[in-house]
Design a protein around this ligand. Structure first.
Ligand SMILES: *[C@@H]1O[C@H](CO)[C@@H](O)[C@H](O)[C@H]1NC(C)=O
Ligand SMILES: *[C@@H]1O[C@H](CO)[C@@H](O)[C@H](O)[C@H]1NC(C)=O
Ligand SMILES: *[C@@H]1O[C@H](CO)[C@@H](O)[C@H](O)[C@H]1NC(C)=O
Ligand SMILES: *[C@@H]1O[C@H](CO)[C@@H](O)[C@H](O)[C@H]1NC(C)=O
Ligand SMILES: *[C@@H]1O[C@H](CO)[C@@H](O)[C@H](O)[C@H]1NC(C)=O
Ligand SMILES: *[C@@H]1O[C@H](CO)[C@@H](O)[C@H](O)[C@H]1NC(C)=O
Ligand SMILES: *[C@@H]1O[C@H](CO)[C@@H](O)[C@H](O)[C@H]1NC(C)=O
Ligand SMILES: *[C@@H]1O[C@H](CO)[C@@H](O)[C@H](O)[C@H]1NC(C)=O
Ligand SMILES: *[C@@H]1O[C@H](CO)[C@@H](O)[C@H](O)[C@H]1NC(C)=O
Ligand SMILES: *[C@@H]1O[C@H](CO)[C@@H](O)[C@H](O)[C@H]1NC(C)=O
Ligand SMILES: *[C@@H]1O[C@H](CO)[C@@H](O)[C@H](O)[C@H]1NC(C)=O
Length: 860
């Protein structure tokens, strides 16, 4: 026998002995069955830390299962909850005899490593209200006995490998006499499994349904029109299946906020559908509150209904990859909240309407691969938030409007494969955030404007297949690009292999030293200002002594709204000092590792200690994500200055090494401190209160005192760093975004699992309330000493949101002795719970959080 088997054997023998003992003491027989069932299950699982407290014990008080981790009981001592979510649990449910838990209300095993099938007798849990098995590796089909779970309001089996079909008998029969079926279901989530077959019409009898998420399966056949009966439904996710047929008109009677139908085989034909497709929209028009409409990747034909312009709340409209013909509605500009407009890959004709200039919140416009003609309207220059503009593969003619140069947020501009004429407007050179520029395959002529040479953020350029001539401008992108980018023009010249050299004096080649330019940021007013931290003066003087002769103000990055200016130094020596002190970034100086960066502790003799964050392989210029993260961080941190935000002293962006130079935070991350016994003890209650307040003030500052506001998007205990005096600072602005007041932002998901706001699962809309949510998680983590994990999900699903403070406080510290601190902790817990509201609107603002914290402090 191995020692593991042995210990199992011992515990089982003990169990049997103990049960004999208990029965002779006339203990509650129900409780016995429950204990026996749990221990039997435990015995069948691999040995694991989390179940260590599950042991039978001769001492009845010590061994009550109600004290076992993940178990909760009612007053009679019968088990009501099994909650082992996020525990890395391994094994199967095969030996969990669910019929032994007659009083179980919640079974939460989400995000574990469970394999095998869902127990076929799961339906014997007749009182169950909450069942979450999502994010495991369960296979097999959905047991029919689920139909007996008439009290369940939340059923989530998403992200497993469940196969088979949805049996119609799982649903109530629709008569008022119906005794079986998931009668109480509100949230039904089966996302990303391998379910197939048709969606039964009876699903329309789940009359309390709010969320129906069947996306990412193999469902086929039509969308049941009966879904239109689900009057409480707000979120309907049917995307990425094989559904066919028309979109049922009945959906129009719903008050949907999220309707995802993309990537299916839905169809429709022209004249009929004008009315019907438009009534799809018109139906929503009646409610006016649809914010997301994605019907991409289907076979919808006909026109874009004019009624679409009445969707006044719409933020995201994606009709791409269908068969839509017709013009783009002239009044499209009325959709003032639209952030994303994606009409790519259809058969749209006519001109791009001038009204498009009215889309003042538009961030991404993709009308590529259509048959649009005429010229690009000048009004496009009014869409001042545009980050991505693609008009490629149409039949556009006329010249490129110079107004595109006004789109200062633009990162991607693709006008390739059209018939554009005339010269490239020099104004494009002012697109300081532009990363990709594609003007290939047009009829552009004249010289390439020298202004393009100064576009520092440019990563790729393509000017091929035009009629351009003359010398290429100087600038990094023109040195690093290949011939392909400029081929098939009239007569371009420059220092690129394959192009002829210009007759004019050769373009000066940047030598290695010139390229290594270190950029040091200082606050100009700081020279006289007392508020300046000593560390900043230190580096300023340090650099100033060595490089005062080479100080240049860079116009292109200074910004009148920016209270600070950026000064560029020829920082060659500083650059070399850093390389030397870190022995060319030797791993022995590495103190941290992230997805795109490594952090080094660098001690420069005669100066101070810095934390240098070096980005990976920025040099290749291919990893757009890295570059984005770099520019985000520079942009965010040059804008802001706060005692609870980590100080950035400088940055260096060049071919070999790209890095940031930060204040060195002696005590490392909050996660690290809380994770160690010693660290947790050192973070006493008063210090934890200070940490929470510091983070709250910093977040309030970036949300409410910066213009434009900044959303951090990745608040987590790993990104909170501590100074030697345990003062907390927010770091890592690599995913930060700027936001115009009142607007919201569409984006890919960023952030850390376990801190992400729940709305990000359904939509990718980012507001400052996402940071507020993460802050809520962080506060609980500071109070509890560990990530709150399952506590949060329990909060979201129970109506009773009060959790007694003493139940959450980190038990490695003795309870707070001072009444003042205890009050502050209680307030923090309450605020955290508010921050964790599922609905973003219900969360407080960070300014409000700070105000309440200050009021409490003042009252004491
Ligand atoms: C049983 O366990 C409880 C709690 O651990 C302890 O207080 C009590 O003294 C124990 N009783 C016996 C008889 O060992
Ligand atoms: C499941 O196990 C694998 C490997 O054992 C591990 O990498 C993964 O993180 C585990 N997943 C969860 C949710 O614990
Ligand atoms: C589903 O099964 C496939 C193999 O059939 C496996 O590769 C995949 O990881 C499984 N997915 C989950 C979520 O368990
Ligand atoms: C379920 O997965 C297990 C491995 O986890 C495999 O042995 C079994 O064959 C699978 N069953 C089905 C029905 O796919
Ligand atoms: C539901 O429960 C009833 C009564 O216990 C039982 O007869 C029936 O077989 C169960 N249905 C399923 C599908 O398990
Ligand atoms: C549900 O929808 C179906 C099809 O749309 C309809 O025939 C039926 O009358 C509806 N039932 C109720 C109760 O509204
Ligand atoms: C579809 O549109 C046509 C033409 O507008 C209309 O006559 C018909 O009633 C519509 N069908 C439905 C189901 O609404
Ligand atoms: C639409 O939104 C407005 C404002 O948020 C609200 O007052 C109204 O009740 C909503 N309408 C529906 C049908 O949900
Ligand atoms: C530009 O395109 C429009 C529409 O396709 C066409 O009517 C017009 O003649 C074209 N102009 C030129 C100069 O080719
Ligand atoms: C234009 O160039 C960009 C990168 O520079 C590329 O991503 C895009 O696909 C190109 N457009 C076309 C239509 O090929
Ligand atoms: C781009 O234009 C060139 C020359 O006009 C043409 O030969 C080439 O086929 C075009 N490329 C594509 C993909 O259409």
């Amino acid at each position: 026998m191995t020692s593991q088997e042995q210990s199992k054997h011992v515990s089982f023998t003990l169990l049997v002995a103990w049960l004999v003992l208990l029965s002779s003491c006339k203990a509650n027989p129900r409780s016995n069955t429950e204990i026996e069932a749990l221990l039997k299950w435990k015995e069948s699982l691999p040995d694991q830390q989390i179940l260590q407290s599950w042991v039978a014990h001769i001492n009845a008080t010590a061994s009550s299962p109600c004290r076992w981790s993940g178990i909760a009981c009612n007053n009679e001592g019968s088990i009501t909850e099994i909650n082992l979510a996020f525990m890395g649990l391994r094994g199967t449910l095969q030996n969990l005899d669910v019929s032994s838990f007659p009083n179980l209300l919640r079974l939460d095993l989400k995000v574990n490593n469970l394999t095998g099938t869902i127990p076929t007798n799961i339906g014997t849990l007749s009182k169950l209200q909450y069942l979450d098995l999502s994010t495991n590796s369960l296979n097999g089909s959905l047991p029919l006995s689920l139909a007996n779970l008439t009290q369940v309001y939340e059923l989530d089996v998403s992200r497993n490998n469940i196969t088979g079909e949805l049996d119609r008998r799982l649903f109530p029969d629709g008569t008022s006499l119906s005794k079986t079926g998931l009668l109480s279901l509100k949230n039904f989530l089966l996302q990303r499994n391998k379910l197939g077959g048709r969606i039964p019409e009876e699903i329309g009898n789940l009359k309390y349904l709010v969320i129906l998420a069947l996306d990412g399966n193999h469902f086929c056949g039509p969308i049941p029109p009966s879904i239109g009966n689900l009057s409480h439904l707000t979120t309907l996710l049917l995307n990425q299946n094989e559904l066919s047929g028309k979109i049922p008109i009945s959906l129009g009677s719903l008050k949907l906020e999220n309707l995802f139908l993309f990537i299916n085989k839905l169809s429709g034909s022209v004249p009929d559908e004008i009315g019907n497709l438009s009534s799809l929209v018109a139906l929503h028009l009646a409610e006016k509150n649809l914010t997301v409409l994605r019907v991409a990747g289907n076979m919808i034909s006909g026109t874009i209904p004019n009624e679409i312009v009445e969707l006044s709340q719409i933020g995201y409209l994606d009709l791409s990859s269908n068969q839509l013909s017709s013009n783009i509605p002239a009044e499209i500009g009325k959709l003032s909240k639209l952030s994303y407009l994606i009409l790519k890959d259809n058969k749209l004709s006519g001109a791009v309407p001038a009204g498009i200039g009215g889309l003042s919140n538009l961030e991404s416009l993709d009308i590529s691969i259509n048959m649009l003609g005429g010229s690009i309207p000048d009004q496009i220059g009014d869409c001042w938030k545009l980050q991505s503009l693609s008009l490629s593969k149409n039949c556009l003619n006329g010249t490129i409007p110079y107004q595109i140069g006004n789109l200062r947020a633009l990162q991607d501009l693709d006008l390739s494969f059209n018939s554009l004429m005339g010269g490239i407007p020099p104004q494009l050179g002012s697109l300081s955030d532009l990363e990709n520029l594609n003007l290939s395959n047009n009829s552009l002529n004249g010289l390439v404007p020298t202004s393009l040479g100064s576009m520092v953020s440019l990563i790729s350029i393509n000017l091929s297949n035009n009629n351009l001539e003359g010398p290429l401008p100087e600038g990094k992108i023109f040195r690093s690009a290949t011939l392909e980018a400029f081929s098939n023009n009239k007569d371009l010249c420059g220092d690129i292999q394959g192009l002829r050299l210009c007759n004019a004096p050769a373009i000066k080649k940047g030598d290695g030293n010139m390229k290594s330019k270190l950029v040091i940021i200082v606050v100009p007013s700081l020279v006289g200002a007392l508020s300046l931290s000593i560390t900043s003066i230190g580096i300023f003087l340090f650099l100033n002594k060595k490089h005062s002769r080479n100080m240049v103000k860079d116009e292109s990055t200074s910004n009148s709204e920016n209270p600070f200016s950026i000064w560029y130094f020829d920082g060659k020596t500083m650059y070399e000092d850093i390389i030397e002190a870190s022995k060319s970034f030797d791993d022995k100086y590495c103190i941290g590792l992230g997805g795109t960066a490594k952090v080094y502790k660098v001690e420069i003799p005669g100066a101070q200690v810095f934390a240098v964050k070096k980005l990976r392989s920025l040099a290749e210029g291919t990893e757009t994500e890295n570059i984005k993260s770099f520019t985000n961080e520079v942009a965010a941190l040059t804008e802001i200055r706060h005692r609870n935000i980590v100080k950035l002293f400088g940055f260096c962006f060049q071919e070999v090494h790209s890095f940031f130079i930060y204040e060195f935070m002696e005590r490392g991350s909050l996660a690290g401190m809380l994770g160690s016994e010693e660290g947790a003890k050192e973070l006493d209650w008063a210090t934890r209160v200070r940490v929470v307040k510091g983070v709250a003030h910093a977040l309030s500052y970036i949300h409410h005192d910066c213009s434009p506001p900044i959303i951090h998007r990745d608040i987590s205990s790993k990104n909170i760093l501590l100074r030697s005096n345990l003062e907390a600072c927010i770091s890592d602005f690599g995913t930060a975004r700027f936001l115009k007041p009142g607007s919201s932002s569409w984006t890919t998901i960023a952030g850390t699992y376990g801190y992400l706001a729940p709305e990000l699962i359904y939509t990718s809309i980012v507001t400052e309330k996402c940071d507020v949510y993460s802050f809520g998680v962080l506060v609980l983590e500071v109070l509890m000493g560990k990530h709150p994990g399952e506590l949060i999900t329990n909060l979201n699903s129970s109506t009773d949101t009060s959790v007694p403070l003493k139940n959450v406080l980190d038990d490695r510290l003795s309870p707070p002795r001072s009444l003042k601190i205890a009050d502050e902790l209680a307030l923090m817990e309450n605020l955290a719970l508010l921050c964790l509201c599922a609905h973003p609107q219900s969360r407080p603002t960070m300014r409000n959080v700070c105000r309440q914290l200050e009021m409490q402090a003042a009252n004491n």
